[in-house]
Write a protein that binds this ligand. Structure first.
Ligand code: 3PG
Ligand code: CO
Length: 556
């Protein structure tokens, strides 16, 4: 068994008050400090003051191989970011594991593939997922790898159910991704495989809800993909996307397209899910696949009326999305194994934790933080609080639930009940994803004000704090050319950037209870998010576990 004993730090003693770990989701430290950097533009006196403290501010890597992604061209995201923050280790993440399984052909030898191949001869194989090359939840080239693999192994009928992105990739790019997929499907048809797009919709409207924020999204997906029912029907997917986006001057973005179903000449859906079919959810990332997985897999599912439940379904996920729930039971690629996370060290050493966020990021500071484990590691020592998120587009209310999160976390800090208080503010990320610059500036300002309150609370009880982020987003709100020059559209307006960025993130340490000599060391220029966990243990008065990346701190 793994030894979870924490050794005391040779010089840093335990704080009197708690340690607060505060994650400013999507708050990057970007090299472009111009009018499109909402973090830079925003009036943030609290963060500015933290930046000015010598050796207690630095930036750390939050993207690419530093967080287990396939390459340094991959932007960071909350899943891999919170995994690294919470586990203190860098593991190969889903995107990379699927790449390897396809390259080596291992995917086609696994049990999940064997299950779906039972449908190759006489039934249909359906692929449901996010169609883009964002690399956060899925990748279109991996979908193509699966489609080709199935066709080459005898699948007679393939149907794709596509969720348009515009969130991890530029808005409007869905048209190109649909064209590319259509070309691929046409090539498969040439070879005698009946391959078509059957349904779809925008990822923030259809199927990809997370943390049970809005089950109605999942029902819309079930209706379109499984039952072939949607208000809008089209003969082909490109027409669907172009039409649903609407006129130039009042365009609906790819993220929010209404659900649609593709129909034949007679108006019948071309690809409903029938008894005996195979269904593959081709996203590798878990959070936005859990709910639809339950709808497919749980016999007594009752959140909404499924109307017709296909029998004898061969249902798999690209990965197993939840190892505790064993959901789904069957999958194409085994998920990353993230062991000995910091939360386990905390509970095994009797250190009580409070974790809080609003719905949209709740699983980030719990499930992802704990290495993709659902529920408590030890319910006696942990308290997780979810503040319900609004169900609207977040640029319309950029304060989101930051004030409520602050109030609850402040209470936890002052209660004396917890050694660690972990907080995630969703605003810079969730508002940043809308591409609305003014609202994102506001999001950063709200969070700054909330951080101020929390730091004061920590100081009032002689605690310590770490303030950092999981990846960039708000720090760049415009698409740029290779030299960094902002790109403008045909109408002369700047092209919004809705996605995360490749930027590193800031990290600040401090608190009235932190001895003056505790500062960032200067010999770890390439440190990343995985170095934070050992840093938190130092701030609690312990050495970092040996299997963790080095702590960022030294004592001078
Ligand atoms: C989303 O799911 O909202 C985006 O694809 C990624 O955002 P997150 O990694 O910040 O959750
Ligand atoms: Co995000």
């Amino acid at each position: 068994a793994h030894d979870y004993t924490l050794k005391p730090h040779p010089t840093i003693t335990a704080p009197e008050g708690p340690l607060m770990v505060c994650i400013l989701d999507g708050f990057g430290e970007n090299e472009f400090k111009d009018e499109y950097n909402a973090v830079h533009v925003a009036n943030t006196p609290t963060i500015d003051a933290l930046r000015a403290v010598p050796r207690r501010f630095r930036s750390i890597k939050a993207h690419g191989t530093a967080v287990g992604l396939p390459s340094d061209a991959d932007m960071g995201n909350s899943e891999v970011g919170h995994n690294a923050l919470g586990s203190g280790q860098v593991v190969d993440q889903g995107a990379r594991l699927v790449d390897i399984a396809l390259e080596t052909g291992k995917m086609f030898e696994g049990d999940g593939w064997k299950l779906i191949s039972q449908a190759f001869a006489d039934n249909t194989v359906h692929f449901i997922g996010l169609l883009s090359d964002g690399g956060v939840h899925s990748r279109a080239d991996q979908l193509v790898g699966c489609l080709r693999g199935a066709a080459a192994r005898g699948a007679k009928r393939l149907r794709c159910h596509i969720l348009t992105d515009g969130r991890d990739v530029p808005d409007g790019s869905s048209i190109r991704f649909v064209e590319e997929l259509e070309a691929e499907l046409a090539a498969l048809r040439e070879k005698g495989c009946d391959a078509l797009i059957a349904s779809g919709g925008g990822r923030m409207q259809v199927t990809m809800d997370r943390y049970e924020a809005d089950w109605a999204m999942v029902k819309r997906g079930w209706d379109a993909h499984v039952l072939g029912k949607a208000e809008h029907t089209f003969r082909d997917a490109k027409t669907a996307v172009v039409t649903l986006r609407g006129p130039e001057d009042a365009q609906v973005s790819d993220q929010y397209l209404a659900p649609f179903v593709i129909v034949d000449e007679a108006g019948a859906p071309v690809g409903t899910v029938q008894d005996g079919d195979a269904v593959v959810l081709f996203n590798f990332r878990a959070d936005r696949m859990v709910e639809i997985s339950k709808a497919f897999e749980y016999p007594d599912f009752a959140v909404f009326d499924r109307e017709r439940v296909p029998q004898n379904l061969r249902f798999v996920g690209m990965m197993q999305y939840d190892g505790d729930l064993k959901l789904p039971a069957n999958f194409l690629v085994p998920p990353p194994e993230i062991l000995h996370v910091s939360g386990e060290y905390l509970v095994k050493n009797g250190l009580a934790t409070f974790a809080c966020s609003e719905t949209q990021k709740f699983g980030h500071v719990t499930f992802f933080w704990n290495g993709n484990r659902s529920g408590y590691l030890d319910s006696k020592l942990e308290q997780y609080l979810e503040i319900p998120s609004d169900k609207i587009e977040f640029n319309k209310a950029p304060d989101m639930k930051a004030r409520e999160i602050t109030a609850a976390s402040k209470e936890a800090i002052l209660s004396g009940k917890y050694k660690v208080v972990r907080v995630n503010f969703a605003n810079p990320d969730m508002v940043g994803h809308t591409g609305d610059l003014a609202a994102t500036v506001r999001a950063c300002e709200v969070v700054d004000a909330c951080v101020k309150e929390l730091l004061e609370a920590v100081d009032s009880v002689n605690g310590r704090w770490i303030v950092t982020a999981d990846h960039g987003n708000a720090d760049d709100m415009v698409q740029r050319d290779k030299k960094g020059k902002p790109l403008v559209g045909e109408d002369g307006k700047p092209l919004p950037l809705t996605s995360h960025t490749l930027a590193p993130v800031p990290i600040f340490v401090g608190g009235k209870g932190l001895p003056e000599g505790v500062v960032f060391r200067d010999d770890l220029p390439d440190a990343g998010l995985a170095n934070v966990a050992a840093t938190t243990f130092n701030l609690l008065g312990y050495q970092g576990p040996e299997i963790y990346k080095d702590s960022l701190l030294t004592v001078v």
